[in-house]
Design a protein around this ligand. Structure first.
Ligand code: SAM
Length: 292
């Protein structure tokens, strides 16, 4: 086995050898602790029959662990400067393909078809750039890619929101958007000391496994998501008040909102944060005929 990239000394050596500096604007906080990397990768349950998709390989710290455990790694890196570095650091591995692209603009489905044909089990595993974590996760879920799920490192606060359960402060429309598609678990909190340079915020790893059956069937997904977003605009307000502001002509149509709440068996005095995803699904279907 080759020497790990993810140590403080090796990282500094690689940066110096290639004359590299960290680009803060691209969220470049590289991992320098092999133990954390092992823990992240073990969350993904990879075998040599699996493929891994990595967003932002950096200088390859996580990539090499994925290359050891998975059959193939497909990595998307936005920073052109890192391509020759990765070619160097990952030269011991012949099962890594790096694509130079902004993940938000990449045709991931096509890349999967071209690079990962034959792999039935595909996991996204990444230490995400923190300036853009939520758009990346939502893109990968909304594109309905043939992946089993994702294991990602991100800001602790966002990790808590994504995995939050009803009745908690962190629960909101982001929790619902992600948990509608996946079973999301908080795996572990990660100290700042495992990064170079250290980020300003605490970090965490979460695991999201795509649901095989939807948690709730809704008439219209877009409408369902607009109802959930609208229900949390002012967290201290009741679901009735929030919906009156959020629904088109909701103020004039208070009676229809009250009727929908009653049909869904939801007390209008409750707050959005107490409603389960199933209750939001039912409510959205009852509102739909009147407001879509
Ligand atoms: N995986 C490496 C590690 O754990 O040490 C680096 C992780 S670092 C937090 C985030 C990486 O994502 C950087 O390499 C950065 O250049 C890259 N990146 C930032 N924005 C990106 C985007 N939109 N698409 C693809 N990669 C991006």
């Amino acid at each position: 086995m080759t020497k790990d990239i993810a140590t403080p000394i090796r990282t500094q050596e690689i940066m110096a050898k290639h004359g590299l500096t960290f680009k803060k604007s691209l969220g470049q906080n590289f991992l320098i602790d092999p133990n954390i990397l092992r823990k992240i990768v073990s969350q993904a349950g990879l075998t040599k029959d699996s493929a891994a998709i990595e967003i932002g390989p950096g200088i390859g710290a996580l990539t090499e662990h994925l290359a050891r455990d998975a059959g193939k790694v497909l990595a998307f890196e936005i920073d052109q400067r890192l391509l020759p570095v990765l070619a160097d650091t990952l030269s011991p591995y012949d099962n890594v393909k790096v694509i130079h692209s902004d993940i938000l603009k990449a045709d991931v489905e096509r890349a999967i078809q071209e690079e990962l044909a034959g792999f039935d089990d595909i996991m996204v595993v990444a230490n995400l750039p923190y300036y853009v974590t939520t758009p990346i996760i939502l893109k990968l879920l909304l594109e309905k890619l043939p992946i089993r799920g994702m294991v990602v490192m991100l800001q602790k606060e966002v990790a808590e929101r994504i995995t939050a359960k009803p009745g908690t402060k962190a629960y909101g429309s982001l929790s619902i958007a992600i948990q509608y598609y996946t079973e999301a678990d908080y795996a572990m909190t990660v100290p700042k000391s495992v990064f170079m340079p250290q980020p300003n915020v605490d970090s965490a790893v979460i695991r999201m496994i795509k649901r095989t059956e939807p948690i709730v069937q809704v008439i219209d997904e877009d409408f369902f998501f607009s109802v959930t977003r609208g229900s949390f605009v002012q967290r201290r307000k009741t679901i009735l008040n929030n919906l009156q502001s959020a629904m088109p002509n909701g103020k004039a149509k208070k009676d229809l909102i009250l009727q929908a709440l009653e049909e869904a068996g939801i007390d209008p005095a409750r707050r959005g944060e107490t409603l389960s995803i199933k209750e939001f699904g039912l409510l959205s279907d009852k509102l739909y005929p009147h407001f879509h």
